[in-house]
Design a protein around this ligand. Sequence first.
Ligand code: HEC
Ligand code: HEC
Ligand code: HEC
Ligand code: HEC
Ligand code: HEC
Length: 390
Amino acid sequence: MRPSLIDQTAPFAGLALALTAVAATPQTQPSKPAAPTAGPYASARTCAPCHQTIYNYWSESAHAQSLSKPSFRDALEASAAGASDKEAVRRGCLWCHAPTTLATADYDLQQPITKEAVTCDFCHTVADVDLDKADHPFHLRPGKVKRGSLLYAKSPSHDTEYSTLHKSSSLLCAGCHEYRNAQGVAVLSTYTEWRESPYPARGMVCQECHMPTVPGSTVREGLQSTQRVINLHRMVGGSSYAQIRRGLDLRIESLALTGVSAEVKVVVTNAATGHAVPGGLSTKALVLAVGVETASGQITHRQERVYRRDLRDAQGRSLVTIPELFLQAASVGEDTRIKPKESRAERFTLPVVEGSKAIVARLEYRDVSDPKAGPKTTLVTEERRDVTAR
Ligand code: HEC
Ligand code: HEC
Ligand code: HEC
Ligand code: HEC
Ligand code: HEC
């Protein structure tokens, strides 16, 4: 597809360029962005009077908050801090977290539309996504035509176009959920993991799991609607306990008592997640913890298995923070995450003594995305086997 005028004039210089600037003294000046313009995108607030229910769900989404979150602002500043071309680094983060900047060049985050982050009019005017495109993957067509998943939709306020990109492709999402940094490391590989899973053959694109249909009206009463259901625009992932729980299965498959110890086999299955678990950035880990519960309810002799994807810098150091992951990752270390439909069997030997009550297996989800808040651990599920009666 031929790039639009906007594609050609987009002031985006690319994270690759930005990184050249970080890594070494740049040989060339990063291309200068155009002056900020009011921009061609309409605010979500102009959609809200008609698409009220969808607007409400979207407002609660991580997408709507992906610029305003203090943890993002901190990471943005930290990323730019050490760079010789700070603005180039900022641009390299903002095209995903505030994608209207691709057309507005509002890198100082002054315009209200920028603050709407991943907003309605951005997604609904994307005409195509090409992951091999040099600057950024989107073919932007902001304007009167709103592309979506409804056949024969008619709106008094805009034109409509049925779009398979929105309805039945994972590529719209891949535009931001698949990313290689300047060193060629896939910092985000959600799309590739999905593509290599059994789900594409079943026609299960990202939207099937992240935008299920719920009762509701696409438009307010009084307007003509073709639908009685809407696609949930809250798009939850790792921030939702229920979503994580839905995707995983935990089982104590066998327990053998020897008199002084217990041999335990535990199986963790990625039953219904369309990509590796944990998904997204390497700031997350899934932890399987097995221990012995005492009569007083305490867990002792805790042993862990950690499922995580380790990204390393050029010196082989494991990276932890988000700025490091994006800017410095130079190779992939161990990747112990659980692939779609994969089952992982783990064996543990635990001491069982008088007073031991049960063997407990827990799945925990650990997120260190926000260094200020510290690690956040959520209990996903728990399985137990009584050992007193034996
Ligand atoms: C004056 C009311 C009104 C406003 C304002 C409005 N829309 Fe719509 N829109 C509609 C109606 C009516 C439909 C058709 C709904 C149906 O058939 O169920 C529609 C349909 C759509 C569709 C589906 C198109 C398709 O073919 O799948 C999208 C996407 C959409 N609107 C996006 C937006 C966005 C983004 C905004 C704000 C920039 C917006 N709309 C503002 C009334 C409105
Ligand atoms: C991250 C991209 C994204 C954002 C942001 C987004 N949408 Fe959507 N929207 C989609 C996709 C994809 C579909 C089709 C889902 C499907 O059919 O499985 C859709 C469907 C729709 C539809 C058709 C009815 C339906 O529920 O399927 C309307 C109308 C719509 N969106 C309006 C909006 C409005 C208004 C906003 C902002 C308040 C918004 N969208 C924000 C991606 C997005
Ligand atoms: C323009 C870029 C962009 C597009 C397009 C996009 N996303 Fe996102 N998405 C993001 C960003 C940025 C975040 C991180 C938000 C945060 O946590 O601050 C995110 C977060 C998420 C999350 C995690 C939410 C949570 O609970 O932590 C899910 C799930 C998600 N997106 C699904 C989708 C799906 C499905 C699509 C396609 C319909 C899509 N995204 C399209 C940029 C995008
Ligand atoms: C078969 C259902 C399914 C499909 C298909 C699917 N996901 Fe998910 N996704 C889940 C579940 C369940 C979770 C929660 C478990 C987790 O966080 O890893 C999740 C989590 C996520 C998260 C949050 C990761 C985290 O741990 O915070 C993102 C981002 C995401 N998905 C994006 C996508 C994208 C992009 C696609 C398409 C390429 C996609 N998903 C396809 C079920 C699915
Ligand atoms: C290709 C798109 C893309 C680029 C470029 C990008 N991000 Fe993100 N970012 C995402 C997505 C998608 C997520 C959510 C992934 C997940 O759920 O693990 C995310 C998550 C985050 C989060 C975690 C939000 C939270 O609270 O969970 C922070 C902070 C962040 N990014 C900062 C940055 C910084 C700083 C840069 C630039 C160095 C950057 N991002 C570049 C797409 C991008």
